[in-house]
Design a protein around this ligand. Structure first.
Ligand SMILES: [Fe+2]
Length: 294
């Protein structure tokens, strides 16, 4: 694999913030040479029964950035999440920074624009985001040159972001005992997911890998940091030389058993708009429930 011209020995400070409603981990990543930082996969909480948004998790991230006098340059989404609503605009309003996602957001917007019967005012060109990353695009967080890898499979717009010796897996990999994420959402593909994982595992063995969700399999404590080496050796879905055919068969059978995430319907409508809640003709925040479509 040819990597972009980046310094993989840079050692950023990574702080994780766990969201108990969706088992998501958001990250603040600090450039070791400056006060610049990035946020990865911010969350806002949604009480679906009451239709009420709250911002406790995002407020913790904001407080951490302020207390440490950091300057927020990027707010990155590893993909359009289906299990939680993005807190990116809320954090941006407080601290600035650019919201970035894969250029393939356009495919996701097209798919779900149809499912949610969005009108022509819903742009399918990714213009709700400040930056659209292509495969191997590089960008700066302070003095640290980072890059994005296109890793489709869980969704068409998944990316793994590499910042020095830290890589942010999104839902492309879970902890070694959690395996991998499902590949059965519209636009998902188990074979593509296997190929994307194989590419991520070509990063150097010592790269720290930070995952986006953990459910504490078998009752173990929640965890979110592993390494490329550990994943290659012990990941239960792809480690130890499992074949592509094994993976596709296992993943497909398993996905047929999984229920939809509790917050998938609000999450998709909000996250495909870069975290903005859609509004009705009077400007009130309003969500739809398409029936028998997912
Ligand atoms: Fe996901």
């Amino acid at each position: 694999m040819t990597l972009p011209d980046v310094e993989l020995n840079t050692n950023p400070e990574v702080t994780g913030f766990f969201d108990e409603q969706s088992n998501t981990i958001s990250y603040v990543v600090k450039d070791p040479d400056s006060n610049a930082c990035a946020v990865i996969d911010a969350v806002m909480e949604f009480d679906q029964s009451a239709g009420r948004l709250t911002y406790d998790g995002a407020d913790r991230v904001i407080a951490f950035i302020r207390q440490n006098n950091l300057s927020l340059e990027w707010i990155i989404e590893t993909h359009v999440h289906a299990d939680h609503l993005s807190g990116a605009p809320y954090i941006q309003q407080e601290l600035g920074g650019k919201i970035g996602i894969s250029e393939h957001i356009q495919t996701v917007q097209d798919t779900f624009g149809k499912i949610f019967n969005e009108g022509t005012e819903f742009q399918r060109d990714g213009s709700q985001f400040d930056a659209l990353f292509q495969d191997n695009d590089t960008y700066m967080v302070g003095n640290m040159r980072c890059f994005a890898m296109h890793t489709p499979g869980h969704t068409p717009a998944c990316m793994v972001h590499v910042m020095g010796n830290a890589a942010f897996a999104g839902d492309t990999l879970f902890m070694p005992d959690g395996g991998s994420a499902r590949a059965d959402f519209p636009g998902g593909d188990a074979g593509q997911l296997y190929d994307s994982i194989a590419r991520v595992l070509e990063l150097p063995d010592d790269v720290r890998l930070f995952i986006c969700h953990d459910y504490g399999p078998g009752g173990r404590a929640i965890a979110w940091e592993t390494t490329i080496r550990e994943q290659k050796q012990t990941n239960i879905h792809v480690g130890g030389g499992k074949t592509r055919e094994d993976f596709i068969k296992f993943r497909t059978e398993r996905d047929e058993q999984l229920a939809m995430p509790k917050l998938i319907i609000p999450s998709l409508q909000v996250n495909m708009r870069a975290g903005e809640v859609p509004t009705d003709e009077d400007g009130n925040m309003m969500l739809k429930v398409p029936v028998n479509k997912l």
